[in-house]
Every structure is written in structure tokens, then in C-alpha cells.
Write a protein that binds this ligand. Structure first.
Ligand SMILES: Nc1ncnc2c1ncn2[C@@H]1O[C@H](COP(=O)(O)OP(=O)(O)OP(=O)(O)O)[C@@H](O)[C@H]1O
Ligand SMILES: [Mg+2]
Length: 221
């Protein structure tokens, strides 16, 4: 199974989502590898380094971009039950190549005009390569990230409706703005592993719900 997380826009939450899908899968006993294709920033690789240095268990295997990501991705998908791919911003070539062989593509986006425009562009690229995908269409969904913590916020509802009206499916689960996400980067821990004042039960439950929804979509596909 290959789950790719990408958006042309930077800072939308791609790496955090990818890291957490991998960490939760490993914790659930799924044989998983996280492929970091962001050679410039390598946020997933950085998180993994901190995690290893701190000796946090279970280890989450992370690989950085190989010379031929597509071939490596296909090889990895035969070795592991799950490959999570974190795509760097602006890396459309790797994004579309990897999307064509992915079982699920997630496109994180916040409540921001430029992020919304970038997300639309991503879906246009994915539509264009749809015929190369074995389903004839890339199974892509928007993930609303860093949205209001008010579950009933009109702004989040409107954002969902805009995407859905354009034929872009949006995951039911959203990831509201929570400070615990910053702590995960600093500590090499996943949300559910944070301690003391860093810990957020809400953020942990939200990410777990996202993981469950992703698992369900993978099982359906
Ligand atoms: N739900 C959230 N609540 C609060 N902060 C968040 C949330 N999701 C992500 N962030 C923060 O947003 C920043 C960017 O996140 P992340 O590195 O995952 O984005 P990215 O899309 O991978 O960025 P880049 O394009 O630079 O690779 C980080 O500081 C992260 O802590
Ligand atoms: Mg990133």
C-alpha cells in the first residue's frame, strides 16, 4: 500500500501528516517505511534523526529520496505493507510520478486563499495523469489542516463546500490548529507520545481519527 502526501504549497502540514501516518501504522504493528522526497528541507528525515537520537521507540524507518524515486517506491511497496511518501513543496515531477502508483493521495490544505489555489493546481496535475493510474483516476482527497478548533466553524464548512463543489473530495476528519504539533517536531515524538504540557488529548484523537479514516479508504480501495 502506498499513501502519498503532497501539495505544491509549503507549510501546509504535509510532513506532519506523513510522519503521523507512518508512526501510527508502526505502532499498530504494520510494517511501514516513510519516504522523504524533500531533499532541501527533509523535515521527515530531521524528525526521524531526533527520534533516533532520543531513543524513542518504536523506531519509524525513514528513507530519503533515492535517485530514482519511482522505481524505489515500487520496490519498497513490495517489501513493506505500507509506504508513506512525503513530497516536498514545488516538487511536481516527483509528486505526479508517485501519485500515479499510489493507493491514496492526501493533499493537506488550510483556510487560506493561496493554499486553496495551490490545492486546485495539484488536483489539475493529478487529473492530467489520471489515465496512468490503474484506477483511471488518482484517488486523491483534500485534508483540511490548521483549521479552527471550533468543530462547527463556518469557515471550515465553507472550505469543505468549495472543494466538494469543484469535485475534490475532502476527508471527513480535519486537523485543527493545535500547538502540540510544533512539539512533535522538536521532540521526535508523535502526538500520542508527547508528555507533560506538550501533550494534547484532542490533537491525538484528531490524528487517530484521520489514521482510521485513511485505513478505511485503503481497505475500500
Ligand atoms: N494541525 C496543526 N496545528 C498547528 N500547527 C500545525 C498543524 N499542522 C502543521 N502545523 C505546523 O505547520 C508547520 C508546517 O508543517 P509541515 O512541516 O508538516 O508542513 P509541510 O507542508 O511539510 O511544509 P514544507 O512545504 O516546508 O515541507 C510546522 O511548524 C507544524 O508544526
Ligand atoms: Mg515538509
Amino acid at each position: 500500500m502506498i499513501v502519498m502526501v503532497g501539495n505544491g504549497k509549503g507549510g501546509v502540514g504535509k510532513s506532519r501528516v506523513a510522519i503521523h501516518l507512518a508512526a501510527l501504522a508502526v505502532t499498530a504493528g504494520v510494517d511501514t517505511v516513510l519516504l522523504d522526497t524533500d531533499v532541501i528541507q527533509g523535515s521527515s528525515a530531521s524528525w526521524s534523526r531526533i527520534r533516533n537520537d532520543e531513543g524513542i521507540t518504536p523506531p519509524v524507518p525513514v528513507m530519503v529520496l533515492p535517485a530514482n524515486p519511482l522505481r524505489e517506491l515500487v520496490n519498497l511497496s513490495q517489501k513493506y505493507d505500507l509506504v508513506v511518501v512525503d513530497i516536498g513543496a514545488q516538487n511536481y515531477k516527483t509528486m505526479t510520478e508517485c501519485a500515479a502508483v499510489s493507493d491514496l493521495v492526501l493533499v493537506p490544505c488550510g483556510n487560506d486563499q493561496q493554499e486553496m489555489e495551490a490545492t486546485e493546481i495539484v488536483f489539475k496535475h493529478l487529473d492530467a495523469i489520471g489515465p496512468q493510474h490503474r484506477n483511471g483516476k488518482v484517488p486523491a482527497h483534500v485534508v483540511l489542516t490548521r483549521v479552527s478548533t471550533n468543530e462547527r466553524a463556518k469557515s471550515t464548512q465553507e472550505l469543505r463546500e468549495v472543494f466538494e463543489s469543484m469535485g475534490m473530495p475532502v476527508l471527513q476528519t480535519v486537523l485543527p490548529m493545535r500547538s502540540a504539533w510544533a512539539a512533535t517536531g522538536k521532540t521526535g515524538r508523535a502526538l500520542h507520545e508527547l508528555r507533560g504540557k506538550d501533550k494534547s488529548e484532542r490533537a491525538t484523537a484528531e490524528m487517530q481519527a484521520l489514521f482510521d479514516e485513511v485505513q478505511q479508504l485503503c481497505n475500500e480501495g
